[in-house]
Each structure stands twice: as structure tokens, then as C-alpha cells.
Design a protein around this ligand. Structure first.
Ligand code: TXA
Ligand code: MG
Length: 336
């Protein structure tokens, strides 16, 4: 199958393919998604196959506006409406009780479904044009870093899907924040909206689900290794992390560093993800930085890690997961 790149002008063609049950890469503000008709179990099954995704890991339904929640969800808590009003379209996924029309395969067998209204004009246009909820996981092969451009998605999906609608580079760059109601709000994935912003709107503290509480993780995706490039990744946290890395790395190692420290790594394969406190730029760059190393000979990547605050928390989380939680703390490890 040839995977065609569609442009903004070809949105009508793209929507026809989706209505015919084809799979399509779609741009969102977070990452590119691998989309199909979320009401058709057979189409959704093709998504799992194309990604190589375990079948117990449910998908998010993308919707055109908050009133579409009524089509696919029931017993919607007031707090969900409040958050949808404030943050949609945007990088927030709400886990709600699913109506029977949502196929079991979308929900990974759970009684709930994740819904989100994406903040990208082309995604919204496709949703309006098809009038379908689009089931879409991130458009990477299972386990790889999420794609933040059409070309990055093509690397993983070429020959596997009908096309990719090119909507440019993703504005946010990390996936949506996922919030469940248990019945109190509980964060399942840190993402494009900081927990601080959610707490401000709800006027309450939000607990973060670590996945350790019960045997079966609430967000099934939490138990799988994620975002991993081919090379081994080590995340370095704490004071003077750049100096610490520079003094320890072997020739041939690569580094993901903040702009302030690039001078410490003169002849090294490196990816600069932004200034130390510029979490917005870091979020935009982190996945393309991880993907970059798959195209070079580096076998070990060292990564500086941002402070776990606002969007920095999501960037840190993606790097930590990419490392398989190979994390060192400079203060604990001490000088060389
Ligand atoms: O930003 C995003 O959320 C992107 C774009 C394409 O919208 N999508 C995305 O989908 O990241 P995916 O499938 O890569 O991650 C969705 C996560 C998975 O970890 C899954 O386990 C969790 O959401 N999830 C989906 N439905 C769920 C449910 N009913 N209950 C708990 N977790 C759920
Ligand atoms: Mg994903």
C-alpha cells in the first residue's frame, strides 16, 4: 500500500477515506494520531495491527466539540464539563463512562472511554466533515517515540496506512494530559496541560495515579515501555547535570541537552531541546530529539532532565520512560 501525503487542500479526499474505513495519519496539536472510524470495531482493529499495539491498551476518541461527549459517554461529572469548557479544544483527555455505541475494542475491554477535542484546525475540519469520532492513538509504532511531524509518522507507518494529512509540526509536542474521575479527579498521564492549571480551574488538589496502587494499571499504557529510541538512554537529574554528563560520556555517546550547556559538548552527536526553563520549547523538541538518534550510530544517549513543574513534568516523564527509568541523580552519585 502506498502511503500518500495529503495537504490541507485535500481534506475532503482525506475525510472520504476515513468514512470508507481507511486509516489516516492526522495532525493534532500534541502529536500525530493514527486515526480511523471509532465506531467501527473492524477499522479499530486495523489500528492495533498497524501500530503493533497490545489489545488491552485502549484508544482515545477524538471529538469535534464538548457536546459530542453526550453521543459517546454517560453520567458525565460536572467537573468534566467545567474542564472541557476551559481546556477544549486542547491537550486534555477525559476518561468517562462509555455508552454502548463505543466498541469494546476502542475501550480495551474497560467500561470507560477517553475523549478529547484536539486543537488543530485540520483535525477539527476532519471531525466536522466526517461527523465521526476518530479513534486515534499516537501515530508511532508501539514503543517508539511519538511523531510530531508528518515525515516522522511516515517513517513508522509507510506502507501500512492509506495516507497522512500533513498539518505541519505539532505545536505542543507531547501527548494530552489524561484525567479520570474515580470519582474524584485523578491524573493518569502528565501531558500538554500542567496539573497546576487543572487544579486552578477545579479549585482543588488533584491526585496523580502512579500505577503502583493496584495490580491492574488504570491507564493500561502505563505498563509498557514507551518512547524508546534504538540506543540506550540514561536520564541525569540534579545539580550540574551537564558537567556530570560531559565528564562521564564515552566517545561515540550522544547527548540531549539544554541550550545553555551546548558548549560542553563540542564534538558530540547532540540534540538541543531548548533553554533549561523553557518547557514549552522542550516539549516541542523532545520527541524529534529522541527520533533523531535512530538515524545515527550513537549507542548511548545521555539526557538532561527539566524540573518537574508545569509542562516540564511531561517532558521529564517522556525522557524517563524513553530510558526505561534508567535515571541517575548527580547529588546521589557524587563527583567522578
Ligand atoms: O495527545 C494525545 O493524547 C494523542 C493524540 C493523537 O490525541 N493520543 C495519544 O494516544 O497519545 P495513545 O493511545 O498513544 O495514548 C492514550 C493513552 C494510553 O496510555 C491508554 O492506555 C490511555 O490513554 N487510555 C485510553 N483510554 C483509556 C481508558 N478508558 N481508561 C484509561 N486509560 C485510557
Ligand atoms: Mg502513544
Amino acid at each position: 500500500m502506498e502511503t500518500k501525503i495529503f495537504t490541507e487542500k485535500e481534506i475532503k479526499q482525506a475525510s472520504i477515506l476515513l468514512k470508507q474505513g481507511e486509516l489516516l495519519g492526522i495532525p493534532t496539536e500534541t502529536v500525530y494520531g493514527l486515526a480511523g472510524n471509532g465506531l467501527d470495531g473492524e477499522v479499530v482493529e486495523k489500528i492495533f495491527v498497524a501500530k503493533g499495539r497490545p489489545s488491552d491498551n485502549p484508544l482515545i476518541l477524538h471529538i469535534a466539540s464538548s457536546d459530542w461527549m453526550l453521543r459517546y459517554c454517560e453520567n458525565i461529572p460536572c467537573k468534566a464539563w467545567t474542564l472541557a469548557e476551559k481546556f477544549w479544544p486542547g491537550p486534555l483527555t477525559l476518561i468517562l463512562q462509555a455508552k454502548d455505541c463505543v466498541p469494546e475494542i476502542v475501550r480495551g475491554g474497560l467500561p470507560t472511554v477517553g475523549v478529547r477535542c484536539p486543537n488543530h484546525p485540520l483535525a477539527l475540519a476532519l471531525l466536522e466533515e466526517t461527523d465521526l469520532p476518530l479513534a486515534a492513538p499516537s501515530g508511532n509504532l508501539s514503543g517508539k517515540p511519538s511523531p510530531t511531524s508528518a515525515m516522522a509518522m511516515l517513517e513508522d507507518m509507510s506502507g501500512k496506512i492509506s495516507g497522512i494529512l500533513d498539518g505541519g509540526d505539532c505545536e505542543v509536542g507531547v501527548e494530552s494530559t489524561i484525567l479520570a474521575f474515580m470519582p474524584e479527579p485523578c491524573l493518569l498521564r502528565v501531558g500538554g496541560i500542567g496539573i497546576e492549571a487543572l487544579e486552578t480551574v477545579l479549585g482543588e488538589k488533584i491526585s496523580v495515579f502512579s500505577g503502583k496502587e493496584v495490580n491492574k494499571p488504570m491507564a493500561p499504557g502505563m505498563k509498557y515501555r514507551h518512547y524508546a529510541p534504538k540506543a540506550k538512554v540514561t536520564v541525569v537529574q540534579g545539580k550540574d547535570s551537564a558537567q556530570w554528563i560531559a565528564s562521564r560520556m564515552d566517545s561515540g555517546d550522544g547527548v540531549i541537552c539544554f541550550q545553555e550547556y551546548e558548549g560542553l559538548f563540542p564534538s558530540v552527536e547532540k540534540q538541543i531541546i531548548g533553554k533549561e526553563k523553557d518547557f514549552t520549547t522542550q516539549a516541542k523538541q523532545v520527541f524529534s530529539a529522541l527520533r533523531y538518534f535512530d538515524s545515527c550510530e550513537v549507542t548511548h544517549i545521555w539526557a538532561q532532565c527539566p524540573e518537574e513543574k508545569d509542562l516540564g513534568r511531561a517532558v521529564a516523564n517522556r525522557l524517563e520512560k524513553a530510558s526505561g527509568f534508567q535515571i541517575v541523580h548527580t547529588e546521589i552519585e557524587g563527583p567522578k
